[in-house]
Write a protein that binds this ligand. Structure first.
Ligand code: CTP
Length: 446
């Protein structure tokens, strides 16, 4: 411990007495990265040499770094130098039995707080976008349930190519975080965008991520966090279904996937909002940099939402179960030969309406959804009034539309001035468009 502290002092940090607390130039506790586990994937680009410096700086700040070196990466840096700097073995062969015995690729990717790909080559980004898994690096990236930060590095023409642009867009829409690339002279002799971010910038991006400032590393926020119209705002989003227990083994639920709500939370955070996502049970990974509160039932969802108030904007995208058991059975209901049991139900609290009636604590802007199978706009208008929402995003959830569980949505936005019909678009695009509209509305109110 003493040695580590001494090393930090040598590295220019000031040490305050017990309890030990080390600050950097911004007056932030170095604790930010201490005990954070980074899985660093080093791919094949000349910029790979910069990752050696990155590892050193991460370790100085108390993070542990484990490296995966691709075949291409090994052309630029040696496993020995990565191992020496990271103080850990280097993983470089998916099919090596010893590696699999030491740590399988699934564990490797899950045993980290953040995956960092530096340099992220055009080839590796294309494989990530396509979901390929033909070596250890791509397999770990596909298997992970942890946030991923890429630091692209390539020739300017490759960076500007339509294929790379599409891959960058795809990765951003999946919540992959990015730092750089910057512009400048390149090793290939050309000039332009494509230079990998410097180690200090990558370190800054990693620190931003752990500080919860996901917008700073979120490509959807525009050019590296420059467009952050919701910075300083608080947002609340509900997502997914709720499960209402019938007995200890059975529950009432619905087909909501949570994709739309999660995408909205990501988009709001991408525009700089401090976002709380209250999620029912879904199969989705927690979006990075967002405070996610997991709940099961409607009543738990309501309590979590009320705890998050006050907020500038709330978006209720959850498909909350309308009913629950009047009396949840303490033991598993058994077949007693007397026919199926009659399930007596009672109504759940309406979260959207409760937020609309929250008086001083009412969100500045309250947005709901209307899941309808007929008379979509008509019902949405009535719901807006009944629940006291400012906007209702109405969507047709008839089975033929594939909206529930699918990736696309057709929205009719109902507000006090009428109806706005949006074309069919992905749930990610719906989220981005809604977040943008929210940002504009909030800035007009100011
Ligand atoms: N909602 C809520 N709490 C509930 C039910 C719904 O917060 N108990 C919210 C949803 O998140 C959505 C809006 O209310 O934003 C409308 O939900 P929807 O399922 O379309 O309507 P219901 O209120 O359930 O009405 P109905 O089932 O009669 O269509």
């Amino acid at each position: 411990m003493q040695e580590r502290v001494a090393a930090r002092i040598r590295a220019g940090y000031v040490c305050i007495t017990v309890p030990i607390c080390i600050f950097n130039g911004h007056g932030e506790p170095q604790a930010l990265l201490s005990s954070k586990r980074i899985l660093l994937i080093v791919a094949g680009g000349i910029a790979a040499y910069k990752t050696l410096e990155l590892i050193r700086r991460l370790r100085e700040r108390g993070a542990s770094v484990r490296c995966i070196l691709t075949k291409g990466g090994a052309q630029f840096v040696t496993p020995l130098s990565l191992a020496a700097l990271s103080g850990d073995r280097v993983y470089d062969d998916l099919f090596s039995l010893t590696d699999e015995a030491a740590m399988g690729h699934i564990e490797l990717s899950r045993d980290a707080d953040l995956l960092v790909v530096a340099p992220a080559t055009a080839d590796l980004m294309a494989k990530m976008a396509a979901g390929m898994a033909d070596d250890l690096a791509t397999t770990a990236l596909l298997a992970t349930d942890k946030p991923v930060l890429i630091a692209p590095a390539m020739n300017v023409r490759m960076w500007e190519h339509a294929a790379t642009r599409a891959n960058v867009e795809t990765l951003a829409s999946r919540g992959v975080l990015r730092v750089g690339p910057g512009a400048g002279d390149m090793a290939c002799g050309e000039f332009g965008e494509g230079r990998m971010a410097e180690p200090a910038e990558i370190l800054g991006a990693i620190e931003s991520f752990f500080r919860g400032d996901v917008a700073a590393v979120s490509p959807s926020a525009g050019a590296q966090g420059k467009a952050r119209p919701l910075a300083g705002r608080k947002a609340l989003v509900t997502s997914g279904p709720t499960h209402e227990a019938i007995d200890p083994v059975r529950y009432i639920a619905n087909r909501s996937s949570g994709k739309q709500g999660h995408a909205i939370a990501r988009a709001l955070a991408g525009l700089g909002a401090e976002t709380v996502l209250v999620s029912g049970p879904t199969g989705l990974a927690d979006p990075p940099g967002i405070s996610v509160i997991h709940v099961e039932s409607a009543r738990e969802m309501l309590a979590a939402c009320q705890k998050a108030l006050p907020v500038d904007v709330a978006v209720c995208a959850a498909a909350v179960s309308d009913w629950r058991m009047a009396q949840e059975a303490g033991q598993k209901l058994k077949k007693n030969g007397g026919g199926p049991p009659a399930l007596a139900l009672t109504e759940n609290p309406d979260i959207l309406r409760t937020l609309g009636e929250a008086g001083n604590l009412r969100p500045g802007l309250l947005v709901g959804f209307a899941a309808e199978t007929e008379k979509v706009v008509e019902h949405a208008k009535a719901k807006r009034k009944k629940k006291g929402a400012d906007w209702i995003l109405a969507n047709d959830v008839s089975p033929a539309t594939g909206t529930f569980g699918g990736d696309a949505n057709v929205i009719h936005l109902v507000d006090d001035s009428g109806v706005e019909d949006w074309p069919r678009m992905s749930k990610e695009e719906v989220a981005r468009r809604l977040a943008q509209r929210i940002a504009e509305n909030i800035s007009i109110k100011d």
